[in-house]
Design a protein around this ligand. Structure first.
Ligand SMILES: [Cu+2]
Length: 152
């Protein structure tokens, strides 16, 4: 075998090996750069209470196609609160209410229905510190509940 032929054969072997390696690596398991479908529970976007210059506190809760408020627990100071419920679901309708008689004082404002992709906001004031439980009336049995703490 001439030297040139041997050289060509080695090149071919290398080329074939590289191709096999490339295919093998590309096809193995879940490709790391393939994105999972966007989750609808929006858990990564947990919002926090913000306070504007007038002292009004705002919080946005997100609910998706699960039975969670995100965040499910948050803390405000006594004063004015603007609470927004964003429905990030594609299927489920949600609501938000503070059931009367269980908290330190009653909050009568509520969001009766928020359809998928819709947003609704209520505004109320709180003065008595303590824990104010709230529920989604449609999914309370599935644990779609949360707690707003008021701390002076
Ligand atoms: Cu719900």
């Amino acid at each position: 075998m001439s030297l040139v032929l041997r050289f060509r054969r080695s090149l071919t072997v290398i080329a074939v090996l590289s191709a096999v390696l490339a295919v093998g690596l590309g096809g193995c398991g879940g490709s790391p750069d393939r994105q999972e479908p966007e989750p609808t529970n929006a858990a990564d976007e947990a919002n926090e209470v913000t306070v504007d210059p007038d002292g009004v506190q705002s919080i946005t809760l997100v609910s998706g196609d699960d039975y969670q408020f995100v965040p499910a627990e948050f803390t405000v100071a006594p004063g004015q609160v603007i609470l927004t419920l964003e429905n990030a679901a594609t299927q489920l309708t949600h609501s938000l209410a503070f059931p009367p008689g269980i908290g330190p004082s009653d909050i009568v404002e509520s969001i009766s229905v928020v359809a998928p992709t819709e947003v609704d906001t209520i505004e109320f004031s709180v003065s008595t510190p303590g824990e104010y439980a709230f529920i989604c009336s449609f999914h309370e049995a599935q644990g779609h509940t949360g707690v707003m703490s008021v701390e002076a």
